[in-house]
Write a protein that binds this ligand. Sequence first.
Ligand SMILES: *Cc1c(COP(=O)(O)O)cnc(C)c1O
Length: 390
Amino acid sequence: MPFDLAARLTERRAASLYRQRPLLESPQGPLVRVDGRELLAFCSNDYLGLANHPQVIEAWRAGAVCWGVGGGASHLVIGHSTPHHELEEALAEFTGRPRALLFSTGYMANLGAVTALLEQGDTVLEDRLNHASLLDAGLLSGARFSRYLHNDAASLSTRLDKATGNTLVVSDGVFSMDGDLADLPALCAAAKTKGAWVMVDDAHGFGPLGATGGGIVEHFGLGQDDVQVLVGTLGKAFGTAGAFVAGSEELIETLVQFARPYIYTTSQPPALACATLKSLELLRSEHWRREHLNALIKRFREGARAMGLELMDSATPIQPILIGDSARAMRLSQLLRERGLLVTAIRPPTVPAGSARLRVTLSAAHSSAQLELLLEALAECWTLLEHGDA
Ligand SMILES: *Cc1c(COP(=O)(O)O)cnc(C)c1O
């Protein structure tokens, strides 16, 4: 049978699920130019405002002069250069773990870690709202794959009772579409009683969470005995690109030997590692970024609640407004855009059916005045949407 791609695309459009890529014509920041218009954006993951930071840019430039622009080969051949090595050592020190291993993307770090640790006969247990890369990794591993109820240690425990072989519990640290924190103390305790390991993907926690930006494990005061496999991504609060896995000497050596997405890919440009070394330094030392961000989060929640918007249980820069219906979420996003604000609607299958939402994300780069503009526009657009005359 021939491929009927047109029918698939038509069906997606009819379901209000069609995706389009806005064209960004400026650097990342609160004020962007998108598809020919200046907009105030509340949708990037650049939580600390480092993606366009002059010192990070300068570190990248200097790195390119020193090391060239390409990684040149995989890490195991001749692509593992001094900046990569220094960044790994700095990330190990930052996370308080013996070693860290650099990956090209978070997607690959997750695929690499899960598939290197598990095989047929083992068990992988995942939160049902985990990031797609973690779910894909679980399926690809060949281990028995089961999803527990969101953030529910009791639901995890019943699955742990039936687990066979090596068992890995896998969770987002901060859930990327909801903004809530994994209940790691409870999940780790459940895993520990059964001798299972815990892997946490803290893509959205590193930077905003913890006293020094060390993410959810720092927030809860947990260590390597609780979370054996800790993943961070560098494309969010770090403002650059790539990812890392931190853990024991043996864990990292296992990944070097067996993680296919680590082995069979070109190393990231060394100059990028130079840039990330600088952003790590800023992330750790410039506490005012976290403090300002937390003040914005608090103010947003007060303002949004006061106008009756349905927020989620989130104390993080991810502040979704739950709408439910995909077409309504799209409409609200469109109304905001007409007023110069960019806030993305997130629809199934990225989120469960019937839970379309506007995913507001806040950044330390936003000013308090910009946040007030968002609240004012939301109040106006929400009224239009509620009264159906939108
Ligand atoms: C963004 C994200 C990833 C993917 O990281 P990339 O470096 O963008 O590939 C993985 N996990 C979570 C939870 C994420 O939010």
